[in-house]
Design a binder for this molecule. Structure first.
Ligand code: ATP
Ligand code: MG
Length: 361
């Protein structure tokens, strides 16, 4: 918090539709925090991505990482590192570099359907807690030097890592979250086949769960879980799982609840958090003011809720509630972007949300 009784938040523009949806989220945060009685947010704009290659010679400038070390929360636009010119082209997006640098081990991905907006599984309201620092994604495995390698040109080997320490952290985050929701945690693994690794994940989550007697716990294999989500998505509350399973399940559940354009996410450690839409930079629709800003706006609301818990500041929770209600009301008015079947522009949608925030009592 700053001396003026407000907050400093980092702002990292994205590629593609980033420069359209990030300002939309900023407008909503500014309107909602003002309405909740918080002084003006101090936005700290940091260079990142395609534009930073031109201005700073790197997609992720060292100065940006150093500045992030001084912040506890920031908004991040989507990035498209595959389109960067050589030698900046990379498999690891700037967001991956930042997640690694800041140790943001939890990827929190809610999937909630909107009343009045089409959903394959209406009534879905769940949160996926995806462990984001290890597992079966080769780029994150640092224990053996490399997570993926080819001993001969015709053989490729990938390994997965599950540790008690990392599993405990994501499990605690999942159970703490469940205590604020419907008090139900579902552990997803594949312990019948990957017995040692995902078996350890399941067992450690169960051990952590023993400290939360009020929380109901069940567990499923990843393959069975996809079936349960499609058949009875509304039965699930908090799902905790390893990296790759979480990646797959969160796209599935996001789509079951609605479109990719409404799926928010938060990446967090115990001390820092980053709001990031679950979707990518959507280069196919960039620059046309038609992208859906809901995912970015709701990611910003999640960031305010995280800050509210951390600072025990009810005004931030109030600001987040105002944003959520205003988004619901805007969609309820039939104002939606093309991906949701409407004809609103990105900026028009944001203006409608801001108007709802301003007119709410
Ligand atoms: P990345 O590797 O960056 O995640 P991706 O291949 O997963 O990229 P996205 O950029 O997420 O792709 O886009 C997938 C599809 O969803 C595209 O057709 C895109 O236009 C659409 N899309 C993504 N985000 C939005 C949004 N906010 N509004 C409308 N359409 C979107
Ligand atoms: Mg993607």
């Amino acid at each position: 918090m700053t001396e003026s009784d407000s907050y400093r938040l980092g702002l990292l523009d994205g590629d593609g539709i980033g420069p359209e949806i990030v300002p939309a989220a900023v407008q909503c945060v500014d309107a909602a925090t003002a309405a909740a009685g918080i002084g003006p947010i101090e936005w700290v704009r940091l260079p990142l991505g395609r534009s930073a290659i031109d201005t700073h010679g790197a997609a992720v400038p060292e100065s940006t990482l150093a500045a992030l070390d001084t912040l506890e929360a920031w908004l991040l636009g989507p990035h498209d590192s595959v389109s960067y010119p050589e030698p900046h082209k990379s498999r690891l997006n700037p967001s991956g570099t930042i997640r690694k640098h800041a140790g943001l081990f939890a990827n929190v991905r809610p999937a909630k359907s909107f009343a009045g907006s089409p959903a394959l599984v209406p009534g879905t309201d769940l949160v996926i807690m995806r462990e984001n620092s290890e597992g079966f994604y080769a780029d994150r495995n640092t224990y053996a030097g490399t997570g993926e390698f080819m001993p001969t040109p015709d053989v490729a080997i990938a390994h997965g890592i599950i540790t008690r320490a990392a599993t405990e952290k994501i499990a605690v985050a999942a159970f703490e979250l469940a205590m604020t929701r419907r008090k139900h945690v579902t552990i997803v693994h594949k312990a019948n086949v990957l017995q040692l690794s995902t078996g350890l994940f399941r067992d450690v989550c169960r051990e952590v769960g023993a400290d939360y007697p009020d929380v109901r716990v069940d567990d499923f294999h990843i393959d069975a879980m996809t079936v349960h989500l499609v058949r009875r998505g509304p039965d699930f509350d908090v799902i905790v799982t390893e990296n790759m399973f979480g990646d797959i399940l969160s796209d599935l559940s996001g789509e079951l609840a609605g479109s990719l354009g409404i799926a928010p996410s938060l990446n967090s450690s115990l001390t820092q958090a980053m709001a990031q839409a679950a979707h990518g930079s959507a280069p196919d629709i960039a620059g046309r003011d038609i992208a859906n800003p809901i995912a970015m706006i709701l990611s910003a609301a999640m960031l305010l809720e995280w800050l509210a818990r951390r600072h025990d500041d009810e005004r931030l929770a109030e600001a987040a509630r105002r944003i959520r209600t205003a988004v619901d009301d805007t969609v309820g008015d039939g104002v939606t972007t093309g991906d949701m079947g409407g004809s609103a522009s990105t900026s028009g949608f944001a203006a409608a949300v801001v108007a709802h925030i301003a007119s709410a009592g």
